[in-house]
Design a binder for this molecule. Sequence first.
Ligand code: ATP
Ligand code: MG
Length: 235
Amino acid sequence: MTAALTLENVDCFYGNVQVLRGFSLELMQGEVLCLLGRNGAGKTTALKAIMGLVPPRSGRIMLGETDLTRLTAHQVPQAGVAYVPQGRRLFAELTVAENIEIGLMTRKKGKATRESVLDLFPVLRERLKQRSGTLSGGEQQMLAMARALCLEPQVLLLDEPTEGLMPSMIARIRETVAALRERGVSTILVEQRVDAVLPVADRVAFIENGQNRDTLDVERLRADPDLVHRYVGVG
Ligand SMILES: Nc1ncnc2c1ncn2[C@@H]1O[C@H](COP(=O)(O)OP(=O)(O)OP(=O)(O)O)[C@@H](O)[C@H]1O
Ligand SMILES: [Mg+2]
Protein backbone atom coordinates (compact mmCIF):
# COMPACT_ATOMS: atom_id res chain seq x y z
CA MET A 1 0.00 0.00 0.00
CA THR A 2 1.18 3.51 -0.74
CA ALA A 3 0.62 6.54 1.42
CA ALA A 4 -1.77 9.21 0.20
CA LEU A 5 -0.58 11.73 2.78
CA THR A 6 2.24 11.78 5.31
CA LEU A 7 3.12 14.11 8.15
CA GLU A 8 6.70 13.81 9.35
CA ASN A 9 7.83 15.33 12.63
CA VAL A 10 5.54 18.33 12.43
CA ASP A 11 5.96 21.13 14.97
CA CYS A 12 3.22 23.77 15.14
CA PHE A 13 2.95 26.81 17.37
CA TYR A 14 0.40 29.46 18.22
CA GLY A 15 2.67 32.37 19.03
CA ASN A 16 5.23 30.93 21.42
CA VAL A 17 3.06 28.04 22.52
CA GLN A 18 3.92 24.74 20.89
CA VAL A 19 0.88 22.58 20.15
CA LEU A 20 2.16 19.85 17.79
CA ARG A 21 5.38 18.20 18.92
CA GLY A 22 7.12 16.09 16.32
CA PHE A 23 3.75 14.81 15.17
CA SER A 24 3.74 12.18 12.43
CA LEU A 25 0.94 10.44 10.56
CA GLU A 26 0.64 8.20 7.54
CA LEU A 27 -2.66 8.02 5.68
CA MET A 28 -2.71 5.11 3.28
CA GLN A 29 -4.43 5.23 -0.09
CA GLY A 30 -8.14 4.51 0.26
CA GLU A 31 -8.17 4.14 4.03
CA VAL A 32 -10.19 5.81 6.76
CA LEU A 33 -7.80 6.85 9.51
CA CYS A 34 -9.38 8.10 12.67
CA LEU A 35 -7.50 10.65 14.76
CA LEU A 36 -8.63 10.38 18.34
CA GLY A 37 -7.70 12.43 21.39
CA ARG A 38 -9.01 14.54 24.23
CA ASN A 39 -10.13 18.17 24.03
CA GLY A 40 -7.13 20.33 23.26
CA ALA A 41 -4.89 17.41 22.20
CA GLY A 42 -4.13 19.07 18.86
CA LYS A 43 -6.46 17.26 16.45
CA THR A 44 -7.84 20.38 14.76
CA THR A 45 -4.36 21.89 14.67
CA ALA A 46 -3.08 18.81 12.84
CA LEU A 47 -5.75 19.27 10.16
CA LYS A 48 -5.02 23.00 9.94
CA ALA A 49 -1.33 22.21 9.50
CA ILE A 50 -2.19 19.99 6.52
CA MET A 51 -4.35 22.75 5.03
CA GLY A 52 -1.63 25.38 5.43
CA LEU A 53 -3.80 27.33 7.87
CA VAL A 54 -1.29 26.83 10.70
CA PRO A 55 2.00 26.44 8.84
CA PRO A 56 4.40 24.07 10.60
CA ARG A 57 7.58 25.60 11.96
CA SER A 58 9.38 22.38 11.08
CA GLY A 59 8.58 19.00 9.57
CA ARG A 60 7.18 17.90 6.23
CA ILE A 61 3.67 17.20 4.95
CA MET A 62 3.59 15.29 1.68
CA LEU A 63 0.62 14.64 -0.61
CA GLY A 64 2.19 12.05 -2.88
CA GLU A 65 5.18 13.90 -4.33
CA THR A 66 3.86 17.35 -3.40
CA ASP A 67 5.24 19.07 -0.32
CA LEU A 68 2.16 20.80 1.06
CA THR A 69 4.19 22.96 3.45
CA ARG A 70 5.45 24.83 0.37
CA LEU A 71 1.92 25.71 -0.72
CA THR A 72 -0.33 28.50 0.48
CA ALA A 73 -3.62 27.79 2.25
CA HIS A 74 -5.25 28.73 -1.05
CA GLN A 75 -3.27 26.16 -3.04
CA VAL A 76 -3.71 23.13 -0.77
CA PRO A 77 -7.37 22.51 -1.74
CA GLN A 78 -6.41 22.95 -5.39
CA ALA A 79 -3.86 20.17 -4.91
CA GLY A 80 -6.71 17.82 -3.94
CA VAL A 81 -7.15 18.02 -0.17
CA ALA A 82 -10.66 18.87 1.02
CA TYR A 83 -11.38 20.03 4.55
CA VAL A 84 -14.64 20.10 6.49
CA PRO A 85 -13.89 22.22 9.57
CA GLN A 86 -15.24 21.60 13.02
CA GLY A 87 -18.56 23.42 13.34
CA ARG A 88 -19.18 23.26 9.56
CA ARG A 89 -18.71 26.92 8.53
CA LEU A 90 -21.06 27.22 5.62
CA PHE A 91 -21.93 30.48 3.95
CA ALA A 92 -25.19 30.78 5.88
CA GLU A 93 -26.69 33.49 3.68
CA LEU A 94 -26.08 31.51 0.51
CA THR A 95 -28.33 28.76 -0.79
CA VAL A 96 -27.44 25.10 -0.92
CA ALA A 97 -26.85 25.40 -4.67
CA GLU A 98 -24.54 28.40 -4.21
CA ASN A 99 -22.49 26.64 -1.53
CA ILE A 100 -22.03 23.71 -3.89
CA GLU A 101 -21.06 26.07 -6.69
CA ILE A 102 -18.28 27.48 -4.51
CA GLY A 103 -16.97 23.96 -3.95
CA LEU A 104 -16.97 23.26 -7.69
CA MET A 105 -15.07 26.47 -8.46
CA THR A 106 -12.07 25.51 -6.32
CA ARG A 107 -10.86 22.92 -8.81
CA LYS A 108 -12.99 23.99 -11.76
CA LYS A 109 -15.26 20.96 -11.64
CA GLY A 110 -18.52 20.89 -13.54
CA LYS A 111 -21.94 19.35 -13.82
CA ALA A 112 -20.83 15.71 -13.69
CA THR A 113 -19.15 16.29 -10.32
CA ARG A 114 -22.15 18.19 -9.04
CA GLU A 115 -24.50 15.37 -9.98
CA SER A 116 -22.36 12.65 -8.45
CA VAL A 117 -22.05 14.61 -5.20
CA LEU A 118 -25.79 15.26 -5.06
CA ASP A 119 -26.38 11.54 -5.64
CA LEU A 120 -24.56 10.95 -2.35
CA PHE A 121 -26.84 13.42 -0.55
CA PRO A 122 -30.32 13.22 -2.09
CA VAL A 123 -31.73 15.35 0.72
CA LEU A 124 -29.72 18.30 -0.59
CA ARG A 125 -31.15 17.93 -4.05
CA GLU A 126 -34.58 18.68 -2.59
CA ARG A 127 -33.28 21.83 -0.94
CA LEU A 128 -31.10 23.49 -3.55
CA LYS A 129 -32.81 26.87 -3.21
CA GLN A 130 -32.91 26.88 0.61
CA ARG A 131 -30.59 29.23 2.49
CA SER A 132 -28.01 27.01 4.13
CA GLY A 133 -28.33 28.78 7.48
CA THR A 134 -31.86 27.41 7.76
CA LEU A 135 -30.87 23.75 7.23
CA SER A 136 -30.95 21.36 10.17
CA GLY A 137 -27.64 20.50 11.83
CA GLY A 138 -27.43 17.17 10.03
CA GLU A 139 -28.29 18.73 6.68
CA GLN A 140 -25.64 21.40 7.23
CA GLN A 141 -23.06 18.71 7.89
CA MET A 142 -24.06 16.98 4.67
CA LEU A 143 -23.79 20.24 2.75
CA ALA A 144 -20.36 20.91 4.25
CA MET A 145 -19.26 17.45 3.13
CA ALA A 146 -20.89 17.88 -0.27
CA ARG A 147 -19.09 21.17 -0.81
CA ALA A 148 -15.77 19.52 0.11
CA LEU A 149 -16.44 16.61 -2.25
CA CYS A 150 -17.01 19.01 -5.14
CA LEU A 151 -13.19 19.20 -5.26
CA GLU A 152 -13.06 15.51 -6.15
CA PRO A 153 -10.34 15.28 -3.51
CA GLN A 154 -7.79 12.49 -3.11
CA VAL A 155 -7.77 13.25 0.59
CA LEU A 156 -10.68 14.33 2.78
CA LEU A 157 -10.27 15.78 6.28
CA LEU A 158 -13.35 15.68 8.51
CA ASP A 159 -13.20 17.44 11.88
CA GLU A 160 -15.78 15.97 14.28
CA PRO A 161 -18.51 15.59 11.65
CA THR A 162 -20.87 13.83 14.05
CA GLU A 163 -20.68 16.49 16.79
CA GLY A 164 -24.16 17.37 18.01
CA LEU A 165 -26.00 15.09 15.60
CA MET A 166 -28.63 12.51 16.41
CA PRO A 167 -27.85 8.80 15.87
CA SER A 168 -29.61 8.46 12.52
CA MET A 169 -27.59 11.37 11.14
CA ILE A 170 -24.38 9.92 12.56
CA ALA A 171 -25.16 6.70 10.73
CA ARG A 172 -25.70 8.67 7.51
CA ILE A 173 -22.30 10.36 7.84
CA ARG A 174 -20.67 7.01 8.48
CA GLU A 175 -22.31 5.51 5.39
CA THR A 176 -21.06 8.41 3.33
CA VAL A 177 -17.48 7.97 4.57
CA ALA A 178 -17.71 4.28 3.70
CA ALA A 179 -19.10 5.08 0.23
CA LEU A 180 -16.22 7.49 -0.35
CA ARG A 181 -13.70 4.83 0.58
CA GLU A 182 -15.29 2.67 -2.14
CA ARG A 183 -14.55 5.51 -4.55
CA GLY A 184 -10.90 5.52 -3.46
CA VAL A 185 -10.93 8.64 -1.28
CA SER A 186 -8.52 8.57 1.69
CA THR A 187 -10.03 10.14 4.80
CA ILE A 188 -8.78 11.46 8.10
CA LEU A 189 -11.68 11.45 10.51
CA VAL A 190 -11.25 13.41 13.73
CA GLU A 191 -13.52 12.32 16.54
CA GLN A 192 -13.67 12.29 20.29
CA ARG A 193 -16.09 9.42 20.68
CA VAL A 194 -14.72 6.12 19.59
CA ASP A 195 -18.13 4.51 19.09
CA ALA A 196 -18.78 7.04 16.33
CA VAL A 197 -15.83 5.78 14.32
CA LEU A 198 -15.24 2.13 15.11
CA PRO A 199 -17.68 0.91 12.46
CA VAL A 200 -16.02 2.88 9.68
CA ALA A 201 -12.33 3.33 10.56
CA ASP A 202 -9.52 1.12 9.29
CA ARG A 203 -6.98 2.38 11.82
CA VAL A 204 -7.07 4.68 14.81
CA ALA A 205 -4.21 7.06 15.64
CA PHE A 206 -4.14 8.52 19.13
CA ILE A 207 -2.83 11.99 19.82
CA GLU A 208 -2.02 13.32 23.27
CA ASN A 209 -0.60 16.71 24.08
CA GLY A 210 0.38 17.24 20.44
CA GLN A 211 2.36 14.00 20.34
CA ASN A 212 1.77 10.61 18.80
CA ARG A 213 0.59 7.74 20.87
CA ASP A 214 -0.07 4.34 19.35
CA THR A 215 -1.75 3.75 16.02
CA LEU A 216 -3.89 0.63 16.09
CA ASP A 217 -5.81 -1.44 13.60
CA VAL A 218 -9.48 -1.09 14.37
CA GLU A 219 -9.82 -4.83 14.94
CA ARG A 220 -7.57 -4.52 17.98
CA LEU A 221 -9.83 -1.84 19.45
CA ARG A 222 -12.94 -3.84 18.75
CA ALA A 223 -11.38 -6.79 20.55
CA ASP A 224 -10.24 -4.67 23.51
CA PRO A 225 -12.34 -1.49 23.92
CA ASP A 226 -10.55 -0.74 27.21
CA LEU A 227 -7.54 0.30 25.17
CA VAL A 228 -9.41 3.45 24.26
CA HIS A 229 -9.82 4.51 27.87
CA ARG A 230 -6.09 4.41 28.28
CA TYR A 231 -5.69 7.06 25.58
CA VAL A 232 -8.73 9.29 25.74
CA GLY A 233 -10.19 8.64 29.16
CA VAL A 234 -13.73 8.40 27.87
CA GLY A 235 -15.43 5.88 25.62
N1 ATP B 1 -5.84 30.11 17.37
C1 ATP B 1 -5.28 29.65 18.50
N2 ATP B 1 -4.51 30.45 19.27
C2 ATP B 1 -3.92 29.98 20.40
N3 ATP B 1 -4.07 28.73 20.86
C3 ATP B 1 -4.83 27.89 20.16
C4 ATP B 1 -5.48 28.30 18.96
N4 ATP B 1 -6.18 27.25 18.47
C5 ATP B 1 -5.99 26.24 19.33
N5 ATP B 1 -5.18 26.61 20.35
C6 ATP B 1 -4.73 25.76 21.46
O1 ATP B 1 -4.03 24.65 20.92
C7 ATP B 1 -4.34 23.46 21.63
C8 ATP B 1 -4.85 22.41 20.67
O2 ATP B 1 -6.08 22.86 20.12
P1 ATP B 1 -6.88 22.03 19.00
O3 ATP B 1 -8.00 22.88 18.60
O4 ATP B 1 -5.95 21.56 17.98
O5 ATP B 1 -7.39 20.79 19.88
P2 ATP B 1 -8.42 19.63 19.52
O6 ATP B 1 -7.73 18.34 19.78
O7 ATP B 1 -8.98 19.84 18.18
O8 ATP B 1 -9.55 19.83 20.63
P3 ATP B 1 -11.17 19.64 20.56
O9 ATP B 1 -11.41 18.17 20.71
O10 ATP B 1 -11.66 20.39 21.75
O11 ATP B 1 -11.65 20.20 19.27
C9 ATP B 1 -5.34 23.85 22.71
O12 ATP B 1 -4.63 24.03 23.91
C10 ATP B 1 -5.89 25.18 22.21
O13 ATP B 1 -6.27 26.01 23.29
MG1 MG C 1 -10.86 20.30 17.47
